[in-house]
Ligand binder design. Structure first.
Ligand SMILES: *[C@@H]1O[C@H](CO)[C@@H](O)[C@H](O)[C@H]1NC(C)=O
Ligand SMILES: *[C@@H]1O[C@H](CO)[C@@H](O)[C@H](O)[C@H]1NC(C)=O
Length: 167
């Protein structure tokens, strides 16, 4: 059974060809890098939550977090801060879901830590608050109504991939 779940997860991840790579780039591991970004159990818990949410979601058209190709002309720091901003929104509006997800409390703690570390790193969350992509995320989220929370949970692995790659 476990094997089957893992294979399914890999297939689901592979199916979304335009999402960010599933493993941290890890090339610029500075002392400022937030530890949970390189923690394999964090990565696995987040993938597990995303998979659970995707199974509850039958809308395969909508996408809340834009794919990497939209950010080709931006600096790593900018893309990092933009997703730190979206992370902030997750912490305030998405992760307080009443739906049951595996290990949600642990993941919340890890994401809280990342958010704090990114602020210390100098990635001002407010800095990109009015950026078009961040606003677009929030607008689409609010427009979707109740289903938005499940959709956003299903994309939490994409958010984590962006943070691991660009922060
Ligand atoms: C990874 O994170 C978990 C909590 O999610 C923690 O218990 C564990 O010690 C961390 N591992 C490393 C190597 O930091
Ligand atoms: C990046 O810049 C090039 C050249 O200015 C432009 O043609 C392209 O549309 C831009 N790409 C994105 C994703 O903004």
């Amino acid at each position: 059974m476990m094997k089957y779940i893992v294979v399914l997860a890999v297939m689901l991840l592979a199916g979304r060809s335009d999402s960010a790579p599933s493993h941290p780039r890890g090339k610029q591991k500075s002392e400022h890098r937030s530890p949970p970004l390189d923690n394999h159990s964090t990565f696995q818990r987040i993938s597990e939550i995303a998979k659970t949410a995707q199974e509850m979601d039958d809308d395969h058209e909508t996408r809340l977090i834009q794919s990497e190709k939209h950010y080709r002309n931006e600096t790593d720091l900018f893309v990092c801060c933009l997703h730190a901003n979206i992370l902030d929104f997750y912490l305030g509006n998405v992760l307080n879901t009443e739906e049951k997800f595996p290990d949600l409390a642990t993941v919340k703690t890890d994401l809280d830590r990342i958010s704090r570390d990114l602020t210390v790193k100098g990635c001002s969350i407010k800095h990109v608050n009015d950026h078009g992509h961040s606003n677009k995320f929030k607008e689409s989220f609010h427009k979707m109504g109740k289903r938005a929370q499940t959709k956003a949970m299903g994309e939490i692995d994409i958010l984590f991939d962006f943070l691991a790659k660009f922060c």
